[in-house]
Design a protein around this ligand. Structure first.
Ligand SMILES: NC(=O)c1ccc[n+]([C@@H]2O[C@H](COP(=O)([O-])OP(=O)(O)OC[C@H]3O[C@@H](n4cnc5c(N)ncnc54)[C@H](O)[C@@H]3O)[C@@H](O)[C@H]2O)c1
Length: 327
């Protein structure tokens, strides 16, 4: 049996968006590692259920990152801030102004508060959406940025503020750019990667999975436990300060391949059906270069897509259980 490292013992960590998919997985691991965690969430897409089994082990504050006074108070009581609160791409496309308030205004609030409180580290969770349709693959951190959605604009604006606060005021920030995260706790309605659990629920119910477009679009699917570990390393390592890291696997997978893997996992004879492409599916290919984080933080993904899918299936089939680390 492996022993859990207690890298965060006694550390006061604020996780904004901590009731969301990635946020709740971060909270769970931080608690395992001894952190005193506070969650700030307005439950826009977050759910208390994501934090099931952790009652009494963390503090919950229901409120918005767009509230500067609340953010000031909570950041003031924390040593590390992991800023994962955001309006997602669907909400953002519907209402860019709300996205602006949360994704840009909320990030500015976090950084202003971190500056005045002298936070030890701020982690900003950005997105590979900022690369748009890349000219070269795999995508490096310093490749060109192409902002094709209001969501990409707001996530990149947040990054810009992080860089500016690091350069102008010395706020110790690190930016992690996630690709498509999937796994335990994932809501099938999550627009980034809800696709994995959507396909799984269809296949489990002997229904045909619906693929938007021709299925040749590719993504870089990263299992959530790997994403969490990379984020926590960025929160701890002095080498992460002021840096931007891709968090992904470096493996390009088409949606057709993903569906085939799920059909194989379930030994299902059903055939996928193809439907219209959605507005938010305007990225044709995506795979990220992860050499930078591999070298700087010695992080490398531990789970293959097949293994991540297998674990996600186990979790989906036991809804009463809470996510646990198999590592
Ligand atoms: N999941 C992915 O594949 C992915 C990919 C790229 C980037 N990201 C980034 O990772 C972070 C977490 O994403 P996720 O997949 O967990 O999404 P999620 O929607 O599950 O989590 C976001 C959380 O933020 C909360 N929130 C939204 N607006 C808020 C506000 N104004 N104040 C306080 N809380 C608020 C939501 O209620 C939710 O709990 C986000 O910053 C997102 O942009 C995720």
């Amino acid at each position: 049996m492996s022993t859990i490292q207690k890298r965060f013992t006694g550390k006061k960590v604020l996780v904004t968006g901590g009731a969301g998919f990635v946020g709740a997985n971060l909270v769970r691991q931080l608690i395992r590692e001894g952190a005193a965690v506070t969650v700030l969430d307005d439950f826009f897409t977050g759910r208390l259920d994501n934090l099931r089994g952790l009652d009494g082990q963390y503090s919950l504050v229901q409120g918005s990152v767009a509230d500067p006074f609340l953010v000031q108070e909570l950041v003031g009581k924390s040593e590390i801030v992991i800023h994962a609160a955001a309006r997602n791409i669907i909400a953002s496309t519907r209402n860019p102004f709300e996205d602006f308030n949360t994704n840009i205004g909320g990030t500015l609030n976090v950084l202003m508060a971190a500056r005045s409180a002298g936070a030890e580290r701020v982690i900003y969770t950005s997105s590979a959406s900022v690369y748009g349709n890349p000219r070269y693959l795999p995508i490096n951190e310093n490749d060109s940025i192409s902002l094709l959605t209001p969501y990409a604009v707001s996530k990149f604006a947040g990054e810009g503020y992080c860089q500016a606060f690091y350069e102008s005021y010395g706020v110790p920030v690190a930016v992690v750019r996630y690709s498509n995260v999937f796994g335990l706790g994932q809501d099938p309605h999550n627009p980034y990667c809800g696709v994995v659990s959507k396909f799984m629920s269809s296949v489990a119910g002997d229904e045909a999975p619906c693929i938007h477009g021709d299925g040749q679009q590719t993504r870089d699917f990263c299992y959530v436990e790997d994403t969490v570990e990379a984020t926590l390393l960025a929160a701890l390592s002095p080498k992460a300060e002021g840096e931007v890291f891709n968090i992904a696997t470096g493996v390009e997978t088409s949606v057709n391949n993903l569906v085939n893997m799920i059909l194989t996992l379930y030994e299902s004879p059903v055939k996928p059906v193809y439907i219209d492409r959605r507005d938010i599916d305007n990225i044709r290919r995506r795979v990220l270069n992860i050499e930078k984080i591999r070298r700087a933080l010695r992080w490398t993904p531990s789970f293959t897509l097949q293994e991540g899918l297998r674990r996600t299936r186990v979790w989906l089939e036991s809804p009463g259980s809470t996510p646990t680390s198999g590592k």
